[in-house]
Design a protein around this ligand. Structure first.
Ligand code: C5P
Length: 238
């Protein structure tokens, strides 16, 4: 009974946290649980799409039935998996349709902004670093921005978690990453942050669309996911 607004579409979704190794036993990561991305994968499937979920390997949620899950560690691995899957999809898509009408890329992953400049091949010993230890960090690639640049014909959907000046930051990311829509939540609100079962979002659309925004009041992540799919259906129909 779910409207099949994504029938015939292929969706790639990133979800969860990336893990950036420091040495063979330690890594840098963050608190993302992957709940929003996994809920969205299920909602896209329910709306008729073929769904690939590129997930941080530490996400402990069950993979939604019928969804293909690819586990990755680092941001570099996540990017490579997304590029490989996208190329594979585009090679098999109907040449009579534009990719915009067929492929959707959704970035919900909490990608680590930095990785260690060098991963130690052996465990770092505290006895060798009695005075303290400095790690040199370098920036990770922006997966969503790179996918959007490489595959301009895919429909691109981003997320933003902000604690202040939400609208300006969200619209800035929409433009900078060349997205079709961005879903933004206010993580300073304890009821809807990391690991929570609920969410509340404001969706901003690219200027070429008729609608500028949609406000999604607090609801379960499953309900929010269904509303986000409806938003995608609306702009695909334009
Ligand atoms: O720039 P910021 O991290 O706030 O942007 C959030 C959006 O960009 C999310 O959709 C997130 O999944 C994506 N992103 C990404 N790769 C990064 C950083 C963010 O795909 N390195």
């Amino acid at each position: 009974s779910t409207p099949q607004v994504l029938a015939g579409k292929s969706v790639i979704i990133t979800a969860g946290a990336t893990t950036e190794p420091i040495d063979p036993v330690r890594f840098l990561s963050n608190h993302s649980t992957g709940k929003m991305g996994f809920a969205l994968a299920a909602a896209c499937r329910d709306a008729g799409a073929d769904v690939v979920l590129v997930s941080g390997k530490r996400v402990s949620l069950p993979t939604p039935a019928g969804v293909m899950r690819i586990n990755v560690g680092t941001a570099d691995e996540m990017l490579a998996a997304c590029q490989a899957k996208m190329s594979e999809l585009l090679a098999s898509t109907d040449q009579n349709q534009t990719a915009k009408n067929q492929v959707i890329f959704i970035g919900t992953a909490a990608v680590a902004d930095y990785k260690t400049a060098n991963v130690a091949t052996q465990k770092i010993k505290k006895t060798a670093n009695e005075g303290g230890l400095s790690l040199q960090l370098v920036r990770n690639p922006d997966i969503l921005a790179l996918m959007s640049k490489t595959y301009p014909d895919a429909l691109m959907v981003g997320f933003a978690a902000e604690t202040q000046d939400t609208e300006n930051y969200a619209k800035g990311k929409l433009a900078a990453k060349n997205l079709d829509m961005i879903a933004c939540n206010d993580v300073s609100n304890q009821a809807i942050g990391f690991g929570s079962d609920d969410n509340a979002m404001t969706v901003f659309f690219a200027e070429r669309y008729q609608k500028a925004r949609t406000v999604l009041p607090q609801a379960s992540k499953a309900q929010i996911a269904a509303s986000l799919v409806a938003c995608m259906g609306e702009i695909l129909a334009q």
